[in-house]
Design a protein around this ligand. Structure first.
Ligand SMILES: *Cc1c(COP(=O)(O)O)cnc(C)c1O
Length: 233
């Protein structure tokens, strides 16, 4: 068994344990394998081990990798999620090549993703990134501005607003990890109470995925626990 396959099994077990503890079906939690900085070979190894959804942060790297994976395995049927910062002049390749975008924080970006979504593709799945840590430097829409953004994005014809995403400040204490995720879940619940049909909470990474599942995550975004530590050089 490859290391990636072993790691995937361990991550799936960890998700299943937390889901069990939360009395949730483990099948309600999608594992997104974050393959940034790793090559097409790593994606193909994970796909061989049954992984179908992959997350990428850097657009050019992602486009090259998607093309390489498609050339090697045209029928793999993989799903690609964009989870990095979005520059407004890069919306077209994002909306042409991805199935999901988790990092929408401005209406202008959403409008462009909608207008540029190719007619032959289904609606682009969208999560709004929320700044739950409250620091000026951090990305994400402020909680106070979230309802207006969500209702605006929900109107756009070629997008399907699925839910919310956050990257909380790193915390080692499980109770603090959970408190941050609980905040996002409450915002999600408020939007649903306000009439939006949302079904997705994208939260939790390698170091805090169990806390996220305990607080209701439906997508966990896991990189290093699957592929190993990243080398950015
Ligand atoms: C890199 C990244 C991840 C994965 O982080 P790990 O700690 O390696 O699991 C998840 N989400 C986002 C937005 C990322 O940029």
């Amino acid at each position: 068994m490859s290391t990636i396959e072993q790691n995937l099994q361990a991550v799936r077990r960890s998700i299943a344990q937390a889901a069990d503890q939360a009395q949730r079906p483990a099948a309600d939690v999608m594992l997104l394998a974050v393959s940034k900085t790793f090559g097409a070979d790593a994606v193909l190894a994970a796909a061989d081990a049954g992984q179908t959804a992959f997350g990428e942060n850097y657009l050019q790297e992602a486009l090259d990798k998607i093309a390489a994976v498609q050339a090697a395995q045209p029928d793999a049927g993989l799903e690609w999620h964009f989870i990095g910062p979005i520059q407004s002049n890069k919306t077209r390749p994002i909306t042409e090549h991805f199935d999901w975008v988790h990092t929408v924080e401005r209406e202008k970006i959403a409008v462009r993703l909608s207008e540029q979504r190719p007619a032959e593709l289904p609606e682009l799945n969208i999560c709004l990134q929320v700044n739950i840590s409250g620091e000026a430097s951090k990305s994400g829409v402020a909680p106070a501005d979230l309802p207006a953004l969500a209702h605006a994005v929900a109107q756009l014809p070629r997008l399907r607003l699925r839910g919310l995403m956050a990257i909380p400040e790193p915390e080692t204490d499980p109770a603090r990890q959970r408190a941050a995720f609980a905040q996002l879940r409450q915002l999600f619940q408020q939007l649903r109470d306000g009439g939006l049909a949302l079904d997705t909470l994208s939260m939790g990474m390698s170091a805090d995925l169990q806390a996220a599942v305990l607080e209701g995550a439906t997508i966990v975004r896991v990189g290093s626990a699957i592929f190993g530590s990243r080398n950015y050089s």
